[in-house]
Design a protein around this ligand. Structure first.
Ligand SMILES: [Mg+2]
Length: 321
């Protein structure tokens, strides 16, 4: 057993980056954030069969397990620094480990972050990640700062991952080219770290879209004590999603679907002119999809101005329905 797990550790022997005084190998890692910065910390546990299917490509699992944590750091305007990895494995499957480590390492290196510790144990496949980032004192983006009159903005496209998941589950049928375009959006989401950094000092509130646009907007609005008016016609849907909608697909399904890992944020109306500059800094297009309102709740309107019924519900692991 010891030999087996020493073998596992070999796959995760990565170079150490900034702020690491002492990396893995001792009882603890020693880490030092930049003076004048606060630490942001987030944790996620992914379980095979619940968060990713058994047949999922190991490199994609390694990428996504890290990406969902880095996305939370991005939503707070924090820059990723350090990550710990807890792996529960039924066996030391060399091919799976090599693939997983490769997907994990590639994204980690691209973000300039270090793996500074972790643990391995035997059991059903599960991945526990804790990610730490830093943000200048007082500049973290919170969910609670949205004010009536603010613009509601979203990065990238919305609903890509949701439609890809429906295709994977056999609930919809997509042209092969559209599936090819959408699958990476489900399996390899890109955490919007550069955008989160650019939004510091500009956005009034921010959250990443993990549970679904309406559910996550609901979280932001609740924390801010406000409501929202959204325009369905302003939603940034990708060409494959537009084709699916044109063939009779229901856009409400996609606004309720999770896994896009885009940033949903609010901006003072006076900052509208800064959107192109923020999009360039974030390396992703930005769209204004509505405005913050004083009255609680989400009101959604079609291009014709008709109100659409909204039931904000996201993925709830302990939900009864
Ligand atoms: Mg989040």
């Amino acid at each position: 057993m010891t030999g087996e797990f020493d073998l596992i550790r070999q796959y995760f022997h990565f170079p150490q980056g900034r702020g690491v005084v002492l990396g893995p190998g001792d009882d603890c890692a020693l880490l030092c954030p930049q003076p004048g910065w606060q630490l942001a910390l987030t944790s996620d546990v992914l379980v095979q069969g619940v968060h990713f299917p058994e047949e999922a490509e190991p490199a994609a699992v390694g990428h996504k397990a890290l990406a969902v944590n880095l996305s939370d750091l991005a939503a707070q305007g924090a820059e990723p620094l350090w990550v710990t990895l807890g792996l529960t494995l039924p066996e030391a499957d060399a091919a799976w480990l090599a693939g997983f480590a490769d997907g994990f390492r590639t994204l980690l290196a691209r973000q300039g972050a270090s793996l500074v510790g972790g643990d391995t144990t035997r059991g059903p496949l599960a991945i526990a990640i804790t990610a730490l980032g830093q943000v200048p004192v007082g500049e973290a983006l919170l969910r609670s700062g949205a004010r009536a009159g603010d613009l509601i903005c979203i990065s990238g496209h919305i609903g890509d991952a949701g439609l890809a998941l429906m295709a994977l589950q056999g609930r919809v049928s997509l042209p092969p080219a559209d599936w090819q375009a959408l699958a990476p959006r489900l399996h390899r989401p890109e955490p919007r770290v550069a955008l989160g950094r650019a939004l510091r000092g500009v956005a009034t509130a921010c959250i990443d879209v993990s549970d679904g646009l309406l559910a996550d907007l609901g979280h932001l609005l609740q924390a801010s004590g406000v409501g929202a008016e959204l325009r369905l016609g302003a939603m940034p849907f990708s060409p494959p999603v537009q084709r699916w909608l044109a063939s009779g697909g229901d856009p409400m399904t996609l606004l309720g679907a999770g896994d896009d890992y885009e940033l949903l944020f609010t901006l003072p109306a006076a900052a509208r002119a800064r959107l192109p500059e923020l999009a360039a800094a974030g390396g992703v297009p930005l769209a204004v999809i509505g405005e913050v309102a004083a009255a609680a709740g989400i009101r959604l309107f079609t291009a014709e101005g008709e109100a659409v019924r909204v039931e904000p519900a996201g993925y709830d692991h302990f939900g009864t329905d």
